[in-house]
Design a protein around this ligand. Structure first.
Ligand code: NAD
Length: 483
């Protein structure tokens, strides 16, 4: 069986432990590859390789780094099909999504930062006629990037691209649930002769390999995307070491539908917002707040659309809902449906595992869940407060604008919101009062990579994207000259 080994200093290396973790295809429930079970010995080796590579990589200049990152982007683009197949096999997401979103976005992440650094400029301040201040932005050295399983290569490259573009060398760890495309990326590095040691990829469990990256004295910054609890653990280790920290964490996002919205479009997008990637996107709208006067109409039409979603083999081109990422996660999501019932929730559609007779043979042991819609719950109950991160959404009526804002803001999270109204003044008013890092008006998941991306409250600390990301991976130094 294929072994996914660590990529360190330009070479594929067995883990010190010689142990491997089974990698399961969530659509079939079958093991299909083995992942290096790395520990601090492997991380130490990777950090040493990165330290050796740093002087040359950081000093060669933006054009040199841009050229290499574009080569990497081109390689992925030329092999989209291979990467997309691997992403779907690893994660269970529909192949249409891997082909049109995940892998193209990974290409875009690399090319975006590769070209952004060609247009960078430094700040200068003339303090008086004979005094000039200017700001140097210098790479940090070796940085750690740790990413989750829901958008594997998409989020992996979202971190490593700005880190590398700004001149750092990287030790990165993909999720142990979805390591395959990061492994293919290391193969890509070898195929194009990417400079050795600049990007090092260590596989394994978070509490072991991830924790070792966080705790290593020579990783100067940690860029982490994942759960809020893990974020707390990482912060508790990295903060006392005064590392730079970027934490992109969980969400419990509201889709807010006012009576004056374009209802057809709002419904179509609310379905996508709730269920794309089986509801496993941090930005998914898992609470739909609906103005009372249109609640019944919205509910009937929304349920109709949800029932039309085609759940099935993620390798089929027309599948819209694939498998949940793992058995453990499937159980977690199903346990929340039980919690919702106990809290008085009414299941309007879904609520169960997909019955094996409704799945093709190949997928009978896969981890599928019916897209689930629940109503009748208080906005303050557990179902509406805690992140479920699956194909489950709730419908909550509201009386007026103030109540919509109160309900939207009433969770510990603050990642994103999607507001639907034709009233421009209201759109601005509501956007400014939502306690989130991102607000979409009459749309969802429309991304411009130049914009700041991140969460408020327990959804994270710091912002990624554009110059925010490049600044995060650099140390600013003010130089003051008197002449
Ligand atoms: P997770 O926190 O379990 O794991 C994320 C990564 O951290 C994995 O690579 C894991 O191995 C590693 N890790 C785990 N424990 C660690 C430790 N102690 N030290 C260092 N690394 C450790 O999250 P997940 O289940 O993979 O992802 C789902 C979560 O990610 C959800 O909460 C989701 O909302 C969040 N997410 C947030 C964003 C965002 O941009 N805000 C984007 C995607 C996903």
């Amino acid at each position: 069986m294929k072994k996914l080994n660590n990529y360190i200093g330009g070479e594929f290396i067995n883990p010190f432990s010689d142990n491997y973790i089974e990698n399961i295809n969530p659509a079939t429930g079958k093991v299909f590859s083995l992942i290096a079970d790395s520990d601090e010995n492997d991380v130490n080796l990777a950090v040493e390789a990165a330290k050796v590579a740093f002087p040359e990589w950081s000093s060669k200049g933006a054009e040199y780094r841009s050229k290499w990152l574009l080569k990497l982007a081109n390689y992925i683009e030329e092999n989209v099909e291979k990467f997309a197949q691997a992403e779907t096999q690893d994660n269970g997401k529909p192949i249409s999504l891997s082909c049109t979103m995940d892998i193209p976005r990974a290409v875009q992440n690399l090319s975006f930062f590769a070209t952004a650094i060609l247009h960078d400029k430094d700040e200068a301040h003339h303090t008086s006629t004979n005094i000039l201040n200017y700001t140097l932005r210098q790479p940090l050295g070796v940085v750690g990037c740790i990413s989750p399983w829901n958008l594997p290569l998409y989020l992996f490259t979202w971190k490593i691209a700005p880190a590398l573009a700004s001149g750092n060398c990287v030790v990165a760890k993909p999720s142990e649930l979805t390591p395959y495309t990061a492994y293919l990326l290391s193969e890509a590095c070898q195929a194009i002769n990417f400079p050795n040691g600049v990007l090092n990829i260590v596989h394994g469990y978070g509490h072991q390999a991830g924790a070792a990256i966080t705790a290593h004295k020579d990783t100067k910054a940690i860029s982490f995307t994942g759960g809020t609890q893990t974020g707390k653990t990482i912060a508790s280790i990295a903060a006392p070491m005064f590392k730079k920290l970027s934490l992109e964490l969980g969400g419990k996002n509201a889709t807010i539908i006012f009576a004056d919205s374009d209802l057809e479009e709002a419904i179509e997008t609310a379905v996508k917002a709730a269920f794309t990637n089986q509801g496993q996107i941090c930005l998914c709208g898992s609470r739909i707040l609906i103005e009372k006067v249109i609640y019944e109409e919205f509910k009937i039409k929304f349920i109709e659309k949800v029932k039309e979603l085609k759940v099935g083999d993620p390798l089929e081109k027309n599948t819209q809902q694939g498998a949940t990422v793992s058995k453990a996660h499937q159980e977690k999501v199903l346990s929340y449906i039980e919690i919702a019932k106990n809290e008085g929730g009414i299941i309007l559609t879904g609520g169960n595992k997909v019955a094996s007779e409704n799945l093709p043979n190949r997928c009978k042991d896969g981890f599928f869940i019916e897209p689930t819609v629940i109503e009748g719950l208080s906005p303050f109950c557990r179902t509406n407060q805690e992140e479920i991160f699956g194909a489950v959404t709730t419908l909550i009526p509201f009386e007026n604008e103030n109540e919509a804002i109160e309900f939207a803001n009433c969770t510990p999270y603050g990642l994103s919101a999607s507001v639907w109204t034709q009233n421009l003044s209201r759109a601005h008013r509501v956007a400014s009062q939502l306690e989130t890092g991102i607000v979409w008006i009459n749309t969802w998941l429309l991304r411009d990579l130049r914009t700041p991306f991140g969460g408020a409250k327990q959804s994270g600390v710091g912002r990624e994207g554009g110059y925010e990301a490049l600044n995060f991976f650099t140390e600013e130094k003010n130089v003051c000259i008197k002449f």
